[in-house]
Write a protein that binds this ligand. Structure first.
Ligand code: NAP
Ligand code: G4F
Length: 321
């Protein structure tokens, strides 16, 4: 069989790095789109950089997307690039809409005009469920986003469905619940906590300032979730799937699991700081991955506790270097 080519937008991000590793292990030619920066920011992909074709492009720039699709003729496109941090979407709502919402249309337009048989994956999010209308959340649950990020993802989700129905594109939307790893950005709550735990354990930090400890999330491991993205594009028909563990945990449980792993009590170190509260909160997320299990044969492999311990271990090892 001839070698397949996959284009990944957002290859320098958490998911992009795991997906690139997975596709390389299956003998894909991997093309990674990166935006121009004044300093290179390839930390998460430095171990595979030699095996990947890096190309400059930006979700804000239509012609760069067209040129990349024309030049590389990808069989599959994974659109992972986005402004992905919810608090930043409140402070930069217009930019978030440009990247996270309209960026999806730009890449779909490039595919439609240049190579319409390309298979397309859109990184949709459980943030679209926001103020949840059903528990657990599944593909048919009505959307009620609670942040400019969530609103932008709803646009990205529906434009993907619309291009599938209007132009017969093989376009899938993966509605992924929170997924984490040692490569997670440090501002997200899991990595903020595990990094602080490691620093406190090593005597490098004393306290940890946090926001809402009652929020609940369905947290899985990013390495498991990129497998689901690939599986969606291997099916006979394009469709949308919820990818989740089916378990929910409060931020306070995350603190408890992480601090107690190194023999500490989180209540001795955590201080609530209203600065980390959001203008509108998503209180409870818990996904029902039944459709993905049945149709894709996908199952998460890493439990919540193993995930948190993995992240604390990685932070301890990194800080001891
Ligand atoms: P991430 O670590 O924040 O990575 C985002 C990527 O997007 C980075 O490579 C970033 O490049 C790139 N990017 C941002 N703006 C861009 C632009 N204008 N043009 C080109 N590239 C741009 O995010 P992640 O956790 O890997 O998530 C991947 C995708 O899944 C995102 O779309 C996110 O919204 C979505 N998602 C994530 C989760 C989750 O829990 N992780 C759940 C549901 C959905 P730089 O390195 O240059 O910043
Ligand atoms: O880790 P978070 O910042 O992730 P959030 O907002 O759930 O978004 C992540 O998951 C989405 C999928 O549902 C993705 F689409 C999105 O791109 C991103 O990857 O916050 C999780 C929860 C929130 O309820 C927040 O209020 O943790 C709460 N929290 C409490 N204290 C905190 C903090 N979050 C952060 N980042 N920092 C805190 O100090």
């Amino acid at each position: 069989m001839s070698q397949k080519t996959a284009l990944i937008t957002g290859i320098t991000g958490q998911d992009g790095s795991y997906l690139a590793e997975l596709l390389l292990s299956m003998n894909y030619r991997v093309v990674g789109m990166v935006r121009r920066t004044s300093t290179i920011n390839f930390d998460r992909i430095k171990h595979i950089q030699e095996q990947v074709d890096i190309v400059q492009g930006d979700l804000l720039d239509q012609s760069s997307m067209m040129d990349i699709v024309r030049e590389y003729q990808p069989d599959e496109v994974y659109n992972l690039a986005a402004q992905s941090f919810v608090p930043t979407s409140f402070s930069q709502p217009v930019l978030t809409g440009e990247f996270t919402a309209l960026g999806v249309t730009r890449i779909l337009e490039a595919i439609r005009h240049v190579k319409p048989n390309t298979r397309f994956y859109q990184a949709s999010s459980s943030e679209m469920f926001g103020k949840v209308q059903e528990v657990p959340q599944r593909e048919s649950t009505p959307l009620y986003p609670r942040s400019p990020y969530g609103v932008a993802k709803v646009y990205g989700h529906w434009i993907t469905v619309n291009y599938r129905e209007s132009y017969d594109l093989f376009a899938c939307s993966g509605i992924l619940f929170n997924h984490e790893s040692p490569r997670r950005g440090l501002e997200f709550v899991t990595h903020k906590v595990t990094h602080a735990v490691a620093k406190i354990k090593l005597g490098l930090q004393k306290e940890l300032r946090m926001g809402n400890l009652d929020a609940r999330r369905d947290w899985g491991f990013a390495g498991d979730y990129v497998r689901a993205m690939w599986l969606m594009l291997q099916q006979d028909h394009p469709d949308d799937y919820v990818i989740a563990t089916g378990e929910t945990h409060a931020v306070s449980e995350l603190l408890d699991v992480a601090f107690s792993y190194v023999g500490l009590n989180y209540q001795d170190h955590v201080i609530i700081d209203p600065k980390f509260y959001r203008p509108a909160e998503v209180d409870l997320l818990i996904g029902d991955p039944a459709k993905a299990k049945k149709a894709l044969g996908w199952e998460p492999q890493v439990s919540f506790k193993v995930l948190v311990h993995m992240m604390v271990d990685a932070d301890l090892a990194e800080l001891k270097k």
